[in-house]
Design a protein around this ligand. Structure first.
Ligand code: HEM
Length: 323
């Protein structure tokens, strides 16, 4: 049986244009997954090259004694010994880059595309799916490689929240671990949506933005290469403005008609319900977040520490700076 779509595209429907509930749904889902995995493998090759370049840069900075990581953690100053740590940091950066791209694509595809955008919604959605899978693999690599570091060779620390004991610390790392575990059901359930129902899938996937926010928060809080005030930390903040703007646009002008809110107060009153209130609240939070981000970036109040407070003399432990 096929049900005609009445209110704009569903995620995964841009190609199908119909919500299909047929007996061969599991087979179709597997086919989709296979297509996405092919695109993901290509992206993983690109991501590996990029990660290697970041790794070499970070490694070189440790050797040259110009790294901020060893300013925060002087006991990590043996570049060769701690290679898994630098590699983990490098995977962290590519994971963050891919998650930025996939969030932008996801927001663009679920909002109303402007006319000047030449890329078709179907293509954008395919890219969103493959970049999401790549992001999950990169986060996994970031955490796995971290557990090989001789300073704290602990697999549980990388995958169980609050089990990480190595400085900078537990809370910031826990944010990343939670992001990873949330990304799996909120992202991968796409391939089960015909079983769990498109509505359940859609409601769950709406919260995937939390994964991205946790990833960015984790980086700003505990990334030692963005620990201090400076242009890299500033850029990281600035790159969140387009995400916030697109989120506001997506909420104010959703692609699905059923998600739109009337602009007139009288019409709004007629449709008043808990759901309408939640939608209005969501839009307000998004607008406030976008304004706050602009204020942070324009004023430069980016919350970095001061280099003057840190001493680049090799020490036995770096725990004195643990927060
Ligand atoms: C299982 C999940 C995760 C674990 C165990 C983990 C662990 C860590 C640790 C220990 C650091 C500190 C490294 C340093 O000294 O800079 C770090 C930094 C970082 N993480 Fe994660 N993380 C996880 C998830 C994520 C996620 C979801 C993202 C973003 C998508 C991410 C992106 C980053 C980035 C960009 C850095 C900064 C690296 C640097 O400063 O060079 N991580 N992570």
């Amino acid at each position: 049986m096929t049900t005609a779509r009445a209110d704009g595209p569903e995620p995964g429907e841009n190609e199908e244009l119909l919500v299909e509930r047929t007996d061969d749904a599991p087979r179709r889902s597997r086919g989709e997954l296979r297509t996405d995995l092919v695109a993901t493998s290509v992206e993983l090759v690109i991501a590996t090259v990029l990660t290697s370049a970041v790794f070499l840069l970070l490694y070189q900075r440790i050797e040259a004694d110009t790294s901020d990581t060893t300013l925060v953690m002087p006991f990590m100053n043996d570049a060769a010994m701690h290679w898994p740590y630098w590699l983990s940091q490098a995977f962290g950066w590519t994971a963050l880059l891919w998650s930025w791209v996939t969030v932008m694509l996801g927001l663009a595809v679920s909002g109303r595309s402007p006319d000047w955008l030449t890329i078709s919604p179907a293509r954008m959605e395919r890219l969103h799916r493959s970049t999401s899978l790549t992001t999950i693999v990169l986060i996994f690599a970031h955490a796995l490689v971290l557990s090989w570091d001789p300073a704290d060779p602990n697999l549980a620390g990388s995958f169980i929240p609050w089990m990480y004991s190595h400085p900078p610390g537990r809370f910031g790392v826990a944010l990343g671990v939670i992001a990873f575990w949330l990304a799996i059901p909120l992202g991968l359930s796409f391939y089960l949506r015909r079983r769990i129902g498109p509505r359940t899938w859609r409601i769950a996937h709406r919260f995937v933005i939390v994964v991205y926010i946790l990833g960015v928060w984790h980086t700003l809080l505990w990334g030692t290469n963005v620990w201090f005030d400076g242009w890299v930390r500033w850029l990281l903040w600035a790159l969140q403005i387009p995400v916030a703007v697109l989120l506001v646009a997506r909420l104010l002008a959703p692609a699905r008609r059923g998600e739109r809110l009337p602009l007139r107060l009288s019409e709004l009153r007629q449709r008043w319900s808990g759901g309408t209130l939640a939608r209005l609240g969501g839009r307000l939070v998004a607008v406030l977040a976008a304004v706050a981000l602009v204020v942070v970036v324009v004023t430069g109040s980016i919350g970095g520490r001061d280099r003057e407070d840190y001493d680049r003399t090799p020490a036995e432990t770096g725990h004195e700076h643990e927060h």
